[in-house]
Design a protein around this ligand. Structure first.
Ligand code: PEP
Length: 268
């Protein structure tokens, strides 16, 4: 895992189930790393931005081989170490392949039956391996009351359930991604003011659980981010980075590279 300071921003690529072939994945990984490194032969990354690429399982080693300057994450894991669990992949396996992060509780997985209880078991398994879980939470529908956003209490439940049995020391490795379900892949990102409101709500929840250590847990925003809105969504919202879906695989990663560049130039 690359070493970063406490105030680093996270730019996390969730490739979802893309691209279609191994060769295309090699090309996408190389282009992403090359583009972020500014096209230099020996890529020079900005230590203030922690880039994490989360490819599908079969492409994990491609990304971990392509550069030591990007961290590799998975999009899911199973909570048992080994055994008769056909089709599952354990956190230990992922760790042994170079993954240091793993998204858990993504809404697309919750839609396939992942419960808060399962998310909790996965979080505990990842922490046991010394990995960093990126716990995705978020409401389903956009709610407004006289123009003021009402924070969905479900978010508090998703966080407290996911972190059951996680101690303060382990919590330092946790990342929360606020991803309103209605914003994912729709081209409709949340308003910065609303993101700020939810960020404060999440931080209060984490403070109740872990005191000062809870305040330090990074919170990311995800949902229809691109190079046009990246800075606006981070500026004044207190978010510590972005979880990027569609834009991370678009046009040979051009959009993702542009997001990195605009954050670097306009925010840092
Ligand atoms: C995601 O899948 O986590 C996501 C944020 O997707 P998109 O950026 O495409 O909305």
């Amino acid at each position: 895992m690359a070493q970063h300071k406490n105030n680093t921003l996270y730019l996390v690529a969730n490739w979802k189930m893309n691209p279609t072939t191994y060769k295309q994945a090699e090309s996408l990984a190389q282009k992403t790393v090359h583009g972020i490194g500014g096209g230099a032969q020996d890529t020079i990354f900005d230590s203030r931005i922690n880039v994490v690429i989360c490819p599908p399982f079969p492409y994990v080693s491609i990304v971990s081989d392509v550069s030591k300057d990007v961290d590799v994450g998975a999009q899911n894991c199973f909570y048992e170490d080994a055994g008769a669990y056909t089709g599952e992949v354990s956190s230990r396996m992922l760790k042994s392949m170079g993954c240091s992060y793993c998204i858990v509780g993504h809404s697309e997985r919750r839609a396939m039956g992942e419960t808060n209880g399962m998310v909790n078991k996965k979080v505990l398994a990842l922490l046991q391996e010394g990995m960093r879980p990126i716990i995705a939470v978020g409401e389903h529908t956009r709610k407004a009351d006289n123009g003021t956003v009402m924070v969905d209490p479900m978010i508090k439940r998703q966080i407290t359930d996911a972190l059951a049995g996680v101690n303060e020391r382990q919590a330092k490795r946790v990342i929360i991604a606020y991803e309103p379900v209605w914003a994912i892949g729709t081209g409709q990102s949340a308003d910065p003011d609303d993101i700020l409101t939810v960020r404060i709500f999440i931080q209060k929840t984490l403070h109740t659980l872990y005191g000062q250590a809870g305040i330090a847990i990074p919170i990311l925003y995800g949902g229809s981010t691109d190079s046009n809105n990246a800075v606006v969504l981070l500026k004044n919202t207190g978010m510590r980075g972005l979880l990027v879906g569609g834009a991370s695989v678009k046009e040979d990663a051009k959009e993702f590279i542009a997001m990195y560049a605009t954050i670097q130039q306009e925010l840092l």
